[in-house]
Design a binder for this molecule. Structure first.
Ligand SMILES: [Zn+2]
Length: 156
């Protein structure tokens, strides 16, 4: 695109329908390690930046703060705590969800980035920031190397 854009809205709007059936996304080097460890070992991996004392969950190949290459992966365990959550009462088509779906950011420690996932086995009114939770995984034979290998997090 070499023409000058005078109005930013002209490049943000797509009129009509847009085919979106044939896109494939790579999980990348760190993402593949994450999904293989989840599938084969039932581990939730993070990548640690020693310079920043920050652990990325899921792992990244470089630190977003200092741009250091991250090669140190570690098992974060299954336990974390809720740092934020939301309760969805309607699906994307506007149909009521019964029961509602609960999404949360799960932290695995004070210097980790949170993982977005679902909460389960919990009444919505009992959820709070700081709630301690643990991952519930699919049985090993059913795991596919996808984020859904973690069924949900439940209170512990
Ligand atoms: Zn760093």
């Amino acid at each position: 695109m070499i023409e000058r854009i005078e109005k930013a809205t002209e490049i943000r709007h797509w009129l009509g329908d847009m085919e979106a059936d044939h896109y494939y996304y790579s999980s990348g080097i760190a993402g593949e390690k994450f999904f293989v460890a989840l599938r084969d070992e039932g581990q939730i991996l993070g990548a640690h930046c020693a310079a920043c004392n920050l652990t990325y969950v899921p792992p990244r190949i470089y630190c977003e703060h200092c741009f250091a290459e991250l090669t140190e992966y570690k098992d974060m365990g299954k336990r974390g705590c809720v740092v934020a959550f939301t309760i969805a009462h309607y699906d994307k088509a506007g149909h009521r969800l019964e029961p509602p779906e609960i999404f949360a950011l799960i932290s695995f420690g004070p210097c980790t980035t949170p993982l977005l996932h679902r909460l389960g086995e919990v009444e919505p009114e009992k959820i709070c920031v700081g709630l301690e939770v643990e991952a519930v995984l699919k049985p090993k034979k059913d795991r596919e190397g996808k984020i859904t290998d973690i069924l949900y997090f439940r209170p512990r």
